[in-house]
Design a protein around this ligand. Structure first.
Ligand code: DAH
Length: 351
């Protein structure tokens, strides 16, 4: 009977200990639990202490069971403690669980598009020489894009500008709206609004109806420049653009001007720099010529001044137009203009 009593006590203790342990949800309650079973006056401790007063068989029987239960409770206590600590660190902030010495996650950083970069760089060169930045519309009237730039209807020069026309009809049944084929209309727009002296640079998108290849895109950026005042000469054009070339492509650049034709300038030129890749001896970049064309320029045609209301007997001016993507391609060794609009991060991340 006594055997039975001791064994039943151990069994009952084991059942209540395990269910109370389940319910203990904080380290404090866990400690209370430990004291109540395994502390100096704990229930299990008392059973173990009472072994001395038992008969040898009973002692062996109860003692064996009590010691197994003790080992089991100790193991369960350890597991419960771990579980509570894990739950706390996942929850609202056990500060000890957060290692402040670990390196943080790097913030992903964006960068400027290579076109934006080169446009800003070019503009700042001209700004430092007193030019002001102005912008205009990409959907443009035929009048500004062509007529006021001395390219009347039926002028053969219109062929060179493969124009994207906007599907809009005016009251005469004409379609006078287009996507600007260059930034030159900004010359006419600005002169119409502002009396000389004028010194502006105007960046923006331009469009041409063209098949794309490594050097042609149907949408591209241009930067237009215009300076109009009394006594502006070709020497001013050369000095300004020479300084520009040196600032963008390096101090010891040479420049070359050759005659070219654009209806809105007279005389018109194209400007080249000596090849910075081969130093002028001829290579793939410069197609063996030693020179690389970087822009068109010239003295503003009197008809263009007059069309915009500027007296061509008093004022003269120079103008220039360039493609920043082309400048970036030369400067950074990019061999395909289509990369600028391909949104390929492997390309973009290099800038
Ligand atoms: N608008 C011309 C083009 O798109 C570039 C150009 C040439 C602009 C000569 C000028 C200039 O202002 O003087 O091809």
């Amino acid at each position: 009977m006594a055997e039975g009593t001791g064994a039943a006590q151990v069994e009952e203790l084991m059942a209540s200990a395990m269910s109370e342990l389940e319910a203990a949800d904080s380290l404090d309650r866990l400690e209370e639990w430990r004291v109540s079973y395994m502390g100096r006056r704990g229930r299990l401790t008392q059973i173990l202490r009472s072994l001395g007063g038992m008969s040898p068989e009973e002692r062996r029987f109860v003692g064996g069971a009590a010691n197994r239960v003790k080992a089991l409770l100790e193991e369960s206590l350890g597991q419960r403690e771990q579980a509570i600590k894990r739950a706390q660190s996942r929850g609202s902030g056990d500060q000890d669980a957060f290692d402040v010495t670990l390196p943080g996650w790097p913030m992903p950083q964006g960068g400027l598009h290579p076109t934006t970069r080169i446009v800003r760089e070019i503009l700042s060169v001209f700004q430092s020489m007193g030019f002001q930045v102005v912008e205009g519309p990409e959907v443009e009237w035929e009048r500004y894009n062509f007529e006021m730039l001395n390219i009347p209807k039926d002028h053969p020069a219109r062929d060179a500008f493969n124009t994207l026309w906007v599907d809009y009809e005016d009251e005469n049944g004409d379609k006078p709206m287009l996507l600007r084929t260059h930034t030159s209309p900004m010359q006419a727009r600005y002169m119409e609004q502002t009396k000389p002296p004028i010194r502006i640079v105007s960046p923006g998108n331009s469009y041409r109806y063209e098949a794309t290849d490594a050097t042609h895109e149907w949408q591209f950026t241009q930067i237009e420049g215009l300076a109009v005042d009394r006594g502006v000469t070709f020497a001013n054009l050369k000095g300004t653009l020479f300084e520009f070339a040196r600032r963008i492509f390096g101090e010891d650049r040479q420049v070359r001007f050759r005659c070219d034709f654009f209806p809105f300038v007279e005389p018109g030129v194209d400007m080249s720099i000596d090849c910075f890749s081969c130093g002028g001896s001829g290579c793939r970049l410069c197609s063996g010529t030693g020179w690389i064309e970087i822009m068109g320029a010239g003295m503003v045609h009197p008809k263009v001044l007059e069309a915009a209301g500027v007296d061509s007997y008093i004022y003269t001016g120079f103008a220039f137009g360039m493609g920043p993507e082309r400048i970036a391609m030369l400067k950074y060794g990019i061999d395909d203009i289509r990369l600028f609009h391909a949104n390929d991060l492997r390309f973009l991340k290099q800038f």
